[in-house]
Design a protein around this ligand. Structure first.
Ligand code: MRU
Length: 360
């Protein structure tokens, strides 16, 4: 694995990028090092991409999906023999392995299934340039994600008053997508339109995506941003500082129940109590039409040390139990609207979501 260090200014460093042709490599910003250091790491094997996803060097539902798509292209480089059948076997093996990295974000499985389907089509045609064509498929997934993020930003910006306080949880910005973000795209677009925003970023225990990543992205783009502890959100709302909550999503069931970073559900309850609109911003690749409600969403559980020894210092007595679900599910009735690349979708979600978003 090669590193490229770029100081703290990431203005020109993309979250992820493919370098070269089908024999090339995937570069990722190692997000575990932010905000202190912007360092790119090169992934040259499927296992390197798997590790990067697992340890959250790359994270956020759409960014995981795009990275995994490129991971399949890396898998083809080791195909033996380098023939349509060999490439298909390598693509299937890479997709199977990458699918075990993290369970909750459906974008991972969506992107892997798309790569599988394309590989099967190409292999059945005996395509001699299957690696090149699969690289183009991964690049299309990346480009589509970028376009969806821009559309989400424009659709969501229209919902925000000209002068307002907004709160978000975790990081749903350019670091979590191929570019620009989902929830943060709404803030970025409103800011670019000249609206005055005061962004409050929940720090997002235990891995501090809000404190480390959201505040950093907002600062890079010149937004007014304030980090608060997760436990302060109720007080900040009661003080009248928040006019809208916007969060991202990892998987949305057909009825609108939404899995996102642990703590999102509490924020939705607080928003309802204080009469504040609660918006979920997500591309269509985050909707899982196979499941009817949030009860079916698999929730990732992560190691105890993220809580008991977060960022290096032990804060829980040795031997005490720790519970660490990485996501929770916000019931659809706490959600005011979904902000998607196809516009803002209002309730009833069980009717309006599939009508507006489902293809086929
Ligand atoms: O564990 P993470 O950091 O991958 O969790 C990320 C989130 O929960 C994001 O809010 C979600 O993936 C949406 S990103 C556009």
């Amino acid at each position: 694995m090669t590193d490229r260090k770029n100081g703290q200014d990431s203005a020109r460093v993309p979250t992820l990028r493919w370098e070269g042709g089908p024999e090339g490599q995937l570069w990722l910003i190692d997000q575990t090092l932010l905000p202190l250091e912007v360092r790119e790491i090169a992934c040259r094997t499927v296992q390197a991409v798997w590790d990067a996803i697992k340890r959250l060097a790359v994270r956020g539902a759409p960014a995981i999906g795009v990275s995994a798509a490129y991971g399949v292209v890396l898998g083809l480089q080791a195909a033996s023999p380098p023939s349509p059948a060999g490439w298909l076997a390598a693509a299937e093996a890479a997709a199977d392995h990458l699918a075990t990295s993290r369970p909750t974000a459906v974008n991972l499985f969506w992107a892997l299934n798309r790569m599988r389907q394309r590989a099967r089509e190409l292999a059945s045609q005996g395509a001699s340039d299957l690696p090149g064509q699969l690289l183009r498929e991964a690049q299309a997934i990346e480009a589509e994600d970028q376009a969806m993020c821009r559309a989400i930003g424009l659709a969501g910006a229209a919902l925000l008053p000209a002068d307002c306080g907004v709160l978000t949880h975790c990081n749903a910005g350019g670091l979590a997508t191929a570019d620009y973000g989902t929830a943060l795209a709404v803030f970025f677009a409103a800011h670019e339109q000249g609206k005055t925003l005061r962004v409050f970023a929940d720090e997002t225990r235990p891995l501090l995506q809000g404190a480390r990543l959201t505040s950093w992205e907002c600062q890079q783009r010149g937004l007014d941003v304030t980090v608060i502890c997760d436990s302060m959100a109720a007080q900040v709302m009661r003080e009248g500082r928040i006019q809208a909550v916007v969060v991202g999503a990892d998987r949305i069931a057909a009825n609108g129940d939404t899995a996102n970073k642990i703590g999102t559900y509490s924020v939705a309850v607080l928003a309802r109590h204080h009469g504040i609109p609660f918006y979920v911003a997500a591309p269509s690749s985050t909707f899982d039409w196979e499941i009817s409600s949030g009860q079916e969403i698999p929730i990732e559980h992560r190691q105890a040390e993220e809580i008991s020894r977060g960022f290096g210092r032990q804060t829980v007595p040795t031997g005490v139990k720790v519970y660490n679900p990485a996501f929770d599910v916000t019931p659809h009735d706490l959600i005011t609207a979904f902000i998607t690349e196809r516009g803002v979708i209002m309730p009833p979600f069980a009717v309006n979501l599939p009508t507006r978003l489902r293809v086929g």
